[in-house]
Design a binder for this molecule. Sequence first.
Ligand SMILES: Nc1nc2c(ncn2[C@@H]2O[C@H](COP(=O)(O)OP(=O)(O)OP(=O)(O)O)[C@@H](O)[C@H]2O)c(=O)[nH]1
Ligand SMILES: C[C@H](OP(=O)(O)O)C(=O)O
Length: 205
Amino acid sequence: MVHIVIPFRPSNPKSRLADYLSEGERQRLAVCMLKDVLSAVRDYPTSVLASELPADLRDEIEPFADLIVDPRPLDEAVNAVLQPETAVIMSDLPLINRKIVKGFVETEGDVVIAPGRKGGTNMLLVRIPFRVSYHYGSFLKHVKMAKKAGAKVSVYDSFFASVDIDTYDDLLEVMLHGRGETKRFLSELGFRIVMEKEPRLIREV
Ligand SMILES: Nc1nc2c(ncn2[C@@H]2O[C@H](COP(=O)(O)OP(=O)(O)OP(=O)(O)O)[C@@H](O)[C@H]2O)c(=O)[nH]1
Ligand SMILES: C[C@H](OP(=O)(O)O)C(=O)O
């Protein structure tokens, strides 16, 4: 069975949202998104690969996944645990669900990628030895690396899996499509959708 690894950095998360959310709000948002991802992968053995893990967070996550703490940068930490039949699923994908994860892990290919918008790698499944190289257009890098290794590459096409939460505009997608803890948290913070020619996100204070 595929083993799932979820990288997670709790310190100063989602810095691209710093103009809209306090650091405390961003930390809570990151945990809510992680918990929504953990709910989506609950049919598979899962490890959360955390850069650090304060005790309160450890207690919150432990019931749902094994915990690996590795302070090294993302690529190093993931490559240290990556082996065939591993799926790396990012912790900032609050719209994925069990059906999407099942379809992803059952997709044929030596390397299966669910791309993020703007060139990211939101979910990666490897059935061969492989090393990741995140950020800076990682989707194209990973496809090139896999093809250079002679691997069969499959792209898993999923809108919900493509929505990683990085910028203010991404929050609108959560309010439109979310059904879990992340949407509930943003609603508690006062975020609302204004139905105009294009739906618009506002925050009522
Ligand atoms: N274990 C581990 N996870 C990381 C690290 N950096 C990012 N992540 C996780 O990888 C996922 C995607 O990374 P980013 O989108 O860059 O997340 P982020 O660093 O919180 O966002 P920004 O501050 O906007 O770059 C997020 O779910 C992070 O929690 C790291 O150094 N170690
Ligand atoms: C982890 C990284 O996320 P991004 O920086 O694209 O949001 C990536 O997908 O390569």
